[in-house]
Design a protein around this ligand. Structure first.
Ligand SMILES: Cc1cc2nc3c(=O)[nH]c(=O)nc-3n(C[C@H](O)[C@H](O)[C@H](O)COP(=O)(O)OP(=O)(O)OC[C@H]3O[C@@H](n4cnc5c(N)ncnc54)[C@H](O)[C@@H]3O)c2cc1C
Length: 444
């Protein structure tokens, strides 16, 4: 039984009073803030890290998920603006649509540092107020309506009042605090996808290293296992690395997999981060010693945000399913389209999920319905990004960065429109929302 302490009630300053407060400045949150501000709403964006972009920047996810259905581009709007600008800045490479089994061309390699600057520019131009290193810790409720959030930052504990709130925390932190029904992980047992930590290595001769690792993989794994039981200082997994394909001298690693962890539990987060950094360092030492091509390599960076793939998701007015995804279903209230394959990773070590890597047919894409962004029971709140309402497998497809940004664009547009129309988001006429999204260039 957890020991409890009653906090003294106290007065705290109201640091903002806006139309739309967006919590979490990841792909979904940035999409939402930009869309709402461009609709003329006053917007504040609250982000706990020191930059915008979430997993895309702080998490160092250096490849944007696909923008295409293996034949044509299906994702435009704000995520498309982002990638076009990155390409212009020579900070991304956008290959033509291609089959899903061509990994070197399926994804969009980009520079996370450039994205940080671009997102700062975009929100500034849209007139969004941003507070960095600001954690949303609680909600201001009147009955089942959210009227604001409580934040903590260097200025102390303060309130942000808002007509509408968009939860872009990835973990549905706001929805959960507001009492909206949420689930976690897969439906059968609540287990969540494993947690990773991205790292970047410089000066790796990756062609040579990859060829050697592929040819001697079993031998290297055996040796690592032997060393680990002898002195505990070898890596758990041997990973050849993923070339970013943007620059020759940068190789990104997405190699650590912490199972059985909950990315909303502070102790699990701490254990996963420390374990992953240790593993990355051991991998470096091991590879430098044994694999040709690694001699001059050095560890350039580890991500400042843990690679959490899945935690809470809201129970919304509709839950997107695996069949919806694979069959490319349309919905009358669709707010964007997506088509990535089912990117699940075994929730139990060694387990291969039944649908892992299953791809949609070329030319097929599915719609994400607005109802999947609307939580049950709680008013004035929309949720966008990887914690939207869907099953474990459906979310494994739609959790990619561009899709989360597109969901954010829809949530931000809906939030601003619902203030303008004086209706709760749940009752917003979806035809009106879709008209606005179409006028913003979104493909429906
Ligand atoms: C290991 C791994 C590899 C991946 N690889 C790819 C890939 O190659 N390509 C791809 O497109 N996608 C990839 N993804 C998926 C993608 O990165 C995420 O699903 C996507 O970024 C989710 O966007 P989001 O905005 O919903 O959440 P996030 O990116 O998690 O952003 C949430 C933001 O909210 C902030 N936040 C959280 N809680 C609070 C709070 N209480 N108060 C204030 N701020 C808060 C966080 O700091 C963060 O900035 C990968 C994910 C992982 C974990």
């Amino acid at each position: 039984m957890t020991r409890m302490l009653t906090e003294d009630s106290r007065q705290i300053p109201v640091c903002a009073d806006v139309d739309v407060a967006v919590c979490g400045g990841g792909p979904a949150g940035v999409g939402a803030a930009l869309a709402a501000a461009r609709m003329g709403a006053s917007v504040i964006l609250l982000e706990s890290q020191l930059c915008l972009g979430g997993q895309a920047t702080s998490g160092m996810m250096n490849r944007l998920g696909p923008y295409h259905d293996q034949q044509t581009i299906i994702l435009r709007g704000i995520p498309w603006e982002v990638v076009e600008t990155l390409v212009r800045w020579e900070a991304a490479h956008l290959p033509a649509p291609c089959p899903h089994d061509d990994p070197d061309r399926y994804w969009v390699p980009f520079d996370p540092e450039a994205l940080k600057v671009l997102l700062d520019d975009m929100v500034e131009q849209a007139g969004v107020e941003v507070l960095l290193q600001t954690v949303v810790t609680d909600v201001v409720m009147q009955g089942n309506e959210v009227h604001g959030v409580i934040v903590e930052n260097k200025s102390g504990r303060q309130a942000v009042l808002a007509r509408r709130i968009v939860d872009g925390t990835g973990d549905a932190d706001v929805a959960a605090r507001a009492g909206a029904p949420c689930g976690k992980g897969r439906e059968t047992d609540g287990l969540m996808q494993p947690i990773g930590l991205l790292s970047k290595v410089h000066n790796l001769d990756s062609a040579r290293a990859r060829a050697y690792t592929a040819a001697h993989y079993a031998e290297l794994v055996d040796e690592a296992r032997r060393l680990r039981s002898a002195n505990g200082i070898a890596p758990d997994r041997v990973h050849p690395g993923t070339d970013n394909l943007l620059r020759e001298d940068e190789t990104y690693f997405n190699a650590s997999h912490a199972h059985g962890m909950d990315g909303t539990n502070a102790r699990d987060i701490t254990e996963a981060a420390i374990g992953a950094r240790r593993e990355i360092w051991r991998n470096l030492l091991f590879m430098k010693e044994r694999v040709p091509g690694w001699e001059g390599a050095s560890l350039a960076a580890t991500a400042s945000l843990l690679g959490v793939r899945e935690t809470r998701c809201i129970r919304g007015e509709y839950a997107l399913t695996l069949d919806d995804v694979l069959e490319g279903r349309d919905f009358d209230d669709g707010i964007c389209r997506y088509a990535c394959w089912i990117d699940t990773h075994g929730v139990v070590p060694g387990e291969k999920p039944e649908h892992e890597g299953r791809a949609l047919e070329p030319g097929v894409s599915y719609a994400i319905p607005f109802r999947s962004l609307v939580p049950k029971q709680v008013e004035n709140l929309l949720v966008a990004g990887r914690c939207f309402s869907g099953t474990h497998e459906a979310r494994a497809s739609a959790r990619m960065i561009p899709a989360c940004m597109a969901m954010g664009q829809a949530a931000g547009t809906a939030a601003a429109l619902s203030v303008r129309e004086g209706v709760p988001p749940r009752e917003l006429p979806v035809g009106l929302l879709r008209e606005h999204l179409l006028s913003q260039g979104v493909v429906l």
